[in-house]
Design a protein around this ligand. Sequence first.
Ligand SMILES: [Zn+2]
Length: 185
Amino acid sequence: MILPIYTYGQPVLRQEAEEIGEDYPDLAGLIQNMYDTLERSEGIGLAAPQVGLPIRLVVINLDVLGEDMPQYKGYIRTFINPYIEEYDESQTEVMEEGCLSLPGIHESVRRPTRIRVSYQDEQFQLHDEWVDGYLARVMQHEFDHLDGTVFTDHIKGLRRQLTQAKLKNIVKGNFSCNYKVKPKR
Ligand SMILES: [Zn+2]
């Protein structure tokens, strides 16, 4: 089932998300819906707050980038209760990002290229590992959503002011996109 994407201005995107346990109602169904929604909106990552749920759950599909990045072929993963444990600040990189909750905004963001993450998989097995490259970028973007942070929060200076104007338009509902959304009303 395809879920509507909550867009900027929806309070859930600014909330601190809560951890979930194995007893979360129909977790498998929710995860499937999140993958369906991600596919329909042609995204590569989706955090539960983006579908209106303030819980620590993220799905990432990098398989769709497999043509350009063969190392990610088949990479479709669910992250339950994820946290960024450590940032390796020794190397950072600037890359353009976008977000399904911020339609029409694409801006460059500087982030560390290597992070240590902890999370549980769909079997609730705990993982603690270092990741780098594009995956580390996507994880930082998605896991930020669980702490009420959106990627434009990382933009500084004059570009930040320009971005704020675009964000205001999203709050007012002045945007268009080709997937189902639930804007602030
Ligand atoms: Zn996002």
